[in-house]
Design a protein around this ligand. Structure first.
Ligand code: IVH
Length: 679
């Protein structure tokens, strides 16, 4: 941090300019990591130190101030994938404070402008991704991310899948058009479960619930968003005419309309009550189901808010108080590099055990090579470990002053520690990976573990340990070897009796009947998760169709982007994979969408059916296919001829109105599946 004022004045003009340039580049880089990549490498506190230093320099040397500076612009989450929409009211950020003195300074500043007593509203500062939702005539019209503060990404279809965001509201005094702002959150329990699954599938886990919520909000498939149980807490209502003249009553009114407003919200008569609120929630917040990282303090009266106004970046009538994340300092012993199922390399810090938030921490994640470089990490360094919402603690800083002379710079490995192959890194991806897909042991074992997992082939009796054993004894080298296993090979193994061996063999046999889409998922093709596997299985009816598909045919399928397409093509251009599939086929595994997944018949003979909305059980293509297989006709628009509509979540408003006016029945996806005898 830049020191006292005199120190700053002793800097030469050229030094100041150079420092300002460095800070701006660093802050922009951190903004990009936080808002776009959702992979920050420093704590909010350290980020604020950099921003403060820049702000101080720009104030003392106004000749170097610039409208482009990150001190005047909010960090941007804009991406290329979404349509960008202008905010009716700009979305600003908040000034941060970290101690009681700074809160009292804020109160003094407010009272300098306003001489009457001031009521403050205290709210939790939710740690998620901010959202601005517009309602017109009581109906959700549009949901937009903060973006660069002036325009944001249109993520309406994703936000519509969030259960705590009402699609339609009713009540008194609802403005014809209003904007409600809030935070999209991922409850900690959902986050933990999601990360467990990601780890199991060889994917890099999300660092914390905030990154996970922000990442989910930017997914291109609303069905996946719907499956992630996001939540939304609102904290700001905007309209030409609001029901009340103060923030507190307006939020309470929004709660009556059906929005989620935190119960912790409190009206405080003075700054001492504000400070009490902050200290009460410092520990109590850990009992909330989602992460909060501070408290937001707002002047309650709307007319006083107006009088106080805004700076370029934030309101003068509100401030955030940030709790310091629980941190401990310990020594870095070494860094090891782990290889996941997909070959992704994760650096892990081995630490001198230290007590943090009630548990002993021995290891911390380092995310990737960039973070190691940014931290300029050396062995024996004293490092700060932080535990936020994440399962694994992370290293957030290094005490460079206490560096031992003999300590060595941590160098990111160039070769895989397991198989020796030279590591690679794709443009735009943060992680290195080992390209030795076929022969790198943890990748092979990881793929076998994924193949047998419950959502894939669901082979009972084979755990991680047994896979290890079978692999080490060279009984299995890839997934197709499983189907050649014999009792006489299993029985002599350690801790294996006749009973366990019988179980394993029969459960492997049973897995032959696994439906095609699950077999596709089980293959462990990079970027092909459960949902994508279902989509491709319904579009490419046999594995040969899929093997012969090129990138263009694949990207023509709704929801398949170039990254997934390239990965599928690469997988099937590998001779060894083709050989393995041949063996799985001869073991009897089904590689086509046969009758199991789509019953056929004539139960829909003569019916014209419209599909609308977002579905959870099957993709729209699958429903189209089911209609045709059962003698029905699929139509895109509702008319007098429509027999019924299969209505998913958030079905289009115009279709709904038309169906109501024509008296066309609407049925849910499960009712439909019952009709065709699938469920
Ligand atoms: S009010 C003009 N209230 O914090 C004031 N913001 O650092 C608008 N946030 O972008 C913000 N909880 O994403 C407000 N109770 C709360 C909040 C909150 C979380 C976020 C929000 C905002 C950021 C500012």
């Amino acid at each position: 941090m830049t020191g006292s004022g005199t120190e700053i004045y002793q800097m030469k003009q050229s030094e100041v300019k150079a420092r300002i340039d460095v800070l701006r580049v660093q802050i922009e880089e951190h903004n990009n990591r936080y808002y776009v990549l959702n992979q920050p490498v420093i704590s909010d506190f350290d980020y604020d130190i950099l921003l403060n230093e820049l702000d101080t320099l720009e104030k003392k040397f106004p000749e170097f101030a610039s409208d482009d500076s990150p001190t005047r612009r909010v960090g941007s989450d804009l991406t290329k994938e979404f349509k960008q929409v202008e905010h009716t009211y700009p979305m600003l950020s908040l000034g941060n404070t970290y101690n009681e003195d700074e809160i009292r300074e804020f109160d003094n500043r407010v009272r300098k402008t306003i001489s009457q007593p001031i009521d403050y509203v205290c709210e939790s500062k939710f740690d998620g991704a901010s959202i601005s939702i517009t309602y017109k005539n009581g109906v959700l019209f549009r949901a937009v991310t903060r973006g660069d503060g002036n325009k944001g990404d249109d993520v309406t279809s994703n936000v519509k899948t969030i259960k705590t965001v009402p699609l339609k509201i009713s009540g008194k005094d609802i403005p014809a058009e209003f904007v409600i702002r809030g935070e999209i959150l991922m409850p900690r329990a959902v986050f933990n479960k999601l990360n467990e699954e990601r780890l199991k599938n060889g994917l890099v886990p999300f660092a914390n619930p905030r990154n996970s919520a922000a990442g989910t909000l930017k997914l291109l498939d609303p069905r996946i968003v719907a499956s992630r149980s996001l939540d939304c807490m609102v904290y700001f209502l905007l309209a030409e005419k609001l029901p009340y003249d103060n923030h507190f009553d307006n939020l309470k009114e929004a709660a009556r309309w059906g929005f989620n407003v935190a119960e912790s919200i409190r009206l405080c008569r003075n700054i001492d009550e504000v400070i009490q609120f902050i200290s009460y929630w410092e520990t109590e917040r850990k009992n909330l189901p989602y992460d909060t990282d501070g408290v937001v303090i707002k002047v309650n009266s709307l007319s006083l808010q107006k009088e106080l106004g805004f700076t370029a970046k934030s309101p003068r009538w509100a401030i955030a108080y940030k709790y310091k994340a629980e941190e401990a300092s310990t020594r870095l012993l070494s860094v090891t590099f782990q290889i996941g199922r997909t070959g992704a390399v994760t650096p892990v810090a081995n630490l001198e055990p230290v007590l943090l938030s009630g548990s002993t921490v021995k290891r911390a994640t380092l995310h990737n090579a960039d973070q190691i470089a940014l931290l300029d990490l050396h062995t024996d360094d004293m490092v700060y470990v932080e535990k936020g919402g994440e399962i694994i603690p992370k290293i957030v800083g290094v005490d460079h002053s206490s560096r031992n002379e003999n300590s060595k710079k941590i160098v990111f490995i160039t070769n895989c520690p397991e198989c020796g192959s030279a590591l690679m890194k794709n443009d735009g991806e943060a992680n290195h990976f080992c390209p030795n897909y076929l022969h790198c042991p943890p990748q092979i074992k990881g793929r076998i573990e994924h193949f047998i997992s419950r959502k894939a082939m669901d082979i009972d009796g084979l755990g991680e340990e047994t896979v290890d054993l079978l692999f080490n004894k060279k009984l299995i080298k890839n997934i197709s070897d499983l189907y050649d296993l014999r009792m006489d090979q299993l029985i002599p193994l350690e801790r294996m009796g006749e009973k366990s061996a019988t179980n394993i063999i029969s459960s492997i046999k049973k897995s032959i009947d696994t439906p095609y889409h699950r077999v596709l998922f089980a293959l462990g093709i990079r970027h092909v998760g459960e949902t994508v596997a279902k989509t491709i299985a319904s579009r490419f009816k046999t594995i040969d169709d899929l093997i012969n598909a090129d990138v263009e045919q694949l990207t023509n399928v709704y929801e398949i982007g170039p990254k997934i397409a390239a990965s599928i093509v690469a997988y099937f251009s590998d001779e060894d994979n083709l050989e393995m599939i041949k063996r799985l086929k001869s073991a009897g595994i089904s590689f086509s969408s046969g009758s199991e997944s789509a019953p056929s018949g004539n139960s829909l003979q003569g019916k014209t059916i419209v599909i609308s909305g977002v579905f959870l059980e099957h993709s729209r293509d699958e429903y189209k296919d089911m209609i045709e297989r059962n003698g029905g006709k699929n139509s895109a628009s509702v008319s007098g001829n429509t027999s019924f509509i299969i209505a998913g979540e958030n079905m289009g408003q115009s279709k709904k109105e038309k169906a109501d006016s024509l008296g066309v029945p609407m049925i849910s996806e499960s009712e439909f599946l019952k009709i065709i005898g699938k469920e």
